[in-house]
Design a protein. Structure first.
Length: 275
């Protein structure tokens, strides 16, 4: 793929304040894509690690601008479709309708002891599954109206293809269920949007070096469930992949290289799902 193949396009990215979302934003901007960065930048009570903050979003803005990119940052909650709709309107007024949508926002609230397992489960489904439905339903009409096709990539997980790591907790089961659920959304959306030349796919990373994974509560969950932890390694001799590894897959799917790819589940998992 050449950088020119994406120049002038517009990307709407959820969960863009840090981690994979920030990496996607920077690399797309490096290729001439204008960025609408969306993130809650606040804490959800049932999430045991520190979530993104306004200062994280400011860093995303700085990183995008450092590569010559244009960016608008909008704070909102993917669980609230009105928040996403307002961000879409802001995007259209400033840059135009999105060509690329990355439904990337998600939580992974596994911990050793859950104070309210059902609420953890419900919050995980709300962010990771309902949030994706909201994102696509808020952005797709603008893409259809524009009439120039486009690409939607949903961030699932290696856990969206298998059930390894399940322990019955609200966090683990909610995460796995939600990441399986977005595959169903993707397959349904890909059929809905194909006549408009809008492609829809999912990416499925193994563990990624991001704050969502690398924190004390996750380590505590693994330590409390050694039989689960023993199943979580990759086939290749790496513990986790880097955000750029996922971004490169996203670039492939949204660019000219992926122009006829839709309805697929693409693992970036160092062999995790092949065991």
């Amino acid at each position: 793929m050449t950088e020119e193949s994406l120049a002038g396009k517009v990307a709407f990215i959820t969960g863009a304040a840090r981690g994979q979302g920030r990496c996607h934003a920077v690399e797309l901007a490096r290729r001439g894509v204008r960025i609408l960065a969306f993130d809650i930048c606040a804490q959800i009570d049932t999430v045991p690690y520190a979530m993104a903050t306004p200062s994280d979003m400011q860093q995303t803005i700085a990183d995008v601008e450092a590569v010559g990119g244009e960016i608008i940052a909008v704070t909102g909650d993917v669980r609230a479709i009105e928040d996403i709709a307002a961000a879409v309107q802001r995007c259209r007024e400033t840059f135009g309708s999105p060509d690329i949508v990355l439904a990337n926002a998600g939580i992974s609230p596994q911990r050793a002891e859950e104070p309210d397992a059902q609420q953890v489960f419900l919050d995980t489904i709300a962010v990771n599954l309902t949030g994706v439905w909201n994102t696509v339903h808020a952005t797709a009409p603008a893409m259809i109206e524009r009439g120039a096709g486009g690409a939607i990539v949903i961030t699932s997980s290696a856990q969206g293809l298998i059930g390894r790591g399940g322990d019955g907790s609200g966090g683990a089961t909610g995460y796995t269920a939600s990441k399986h659920g977005v595959v169903g959304l993707m397959r349904s959306f890909s059929m809905w949007l194909a006549p408009h030349n809008i492609r829809v796919n999912t990416v499925h990373p193994t563990g990624v070096h991001t704050p969502m994974v690398e924190h004390a509560e996750m380590a505590g969950w693994m330590a409390a469930n050694p039989e689960v932890a023993a199943t979580m390694g990759n086939v290749m001799p790496v513990d986790m992949v880097d955000p750029i590894d996922v971004t490169r897959a996203v670039l492939y799917l949204v660019g000219e290289s992926g122009r006829y790819i839709t309805g697929v589940t693409l693992p970036i998992d160092a062999g995790f799902t092949s065991k």
